[in-house]
Design a protein around this ligand. Structure first.
Ligand code: C5J
Length: 220
């Protein structure tokens, strides 16, 4: 049994081999200038603070041979998997599929759609592409986790209140126990991040748990 001190109460992992690290959308499109995040008017530099804590968690999981999942939000070049409402949203001049300094925005395979070099996936780690906010929407993530007996997830990445929170709620509804790592997630809106952390752990952990990466690493 691994016990991670957390809020609202300790996160118990009966068997650490059933624990996976999920890194949500640490892509150039969200973290670097010239991508989707900046096209929507955000200061993308705010997200970089999560890179160090995620790198530390990746190192710990790699050292223990524990499963790692990286997600990528992106669409097919013909946009056939992008609902019109998502395509039209934003109201800015630059839309999904338009060409920017890092290639076509939010399109799979384009330079800007890739994971930032600091957190590059390694062989044996799942790299899951997803067309939506949640990592379970139109992907095989649930069956991938079930096939490996994974029951507990450490959730990290960006942005806290969008793709991270959506994925955590999807996972919770599917019966996975989730801990959101507080300093390994970030938002363009600091108040939205804090609100998400509070929402997750309110009402006795209605969506899950939260803890700092240093606490998680010490417990592991
Ligand atoms: C957004 C994400 N914000 N990864 N995606 O559209 O949170």
């Amino acid at each position: 049994m691994t016990v991670i001190p957390a809020l609202p109460y300790p996160f118990e992992v009966p068997d650490v081999s059933r624990l996976a690290l999920v890194v949500i959308d640490m892509q150039r499109d969200f973290v670097e200038p010239g991508g989707f995040g900046e096209a929507l008017g955000n200061d993308v530099s705010l997200l970089r603070v999560a890179i160090g804590p995620i790198a530390n968690l990746l190192a710990a999981f790699r050292a223990r041979g524990l499963p790692i999942i990286h997600t990528i939000e992106g669409h097919r070049p013909d946009l056939s998997d992008c609902p019109p409402c998502k395509l039209q949203r934003g109201g800015g001049n630059v839309k999904i599929g338009d060409t920017g300094p890092m290639g076509r925005i939010l399109i799979l395979g384009e330079a800007g759609n890739g994971i930032i070099p600091e957190l590059a996936p390694r062989d044996g780690e799942l790299v899951l592409t997803k067309p939506g906010k949640g990592a379970f929407c139109r992907t095989d993530l649930e069956s991938w986790l079930l096939a490996r007996g994974i029951t507990h997830l450490l959730v990290t990445g960006v942005t806290t209140e969008v793709c991270v929170q959506t994925t955590m709620r999807e996972a919770n509804d599917r019966g996975f126990e989730c801990l959101l790592v507080e300093d390994a997630t970030e938002s363009y809106f600091p108040e939205f991040k804090q609100a998400t952390l509070a929402m997750v752990r309110a009402q006795g952990g209605i969506v899950g748990w939260t803890a700092a990466s240093s606490t998680v690493l010490a417990a592991l």
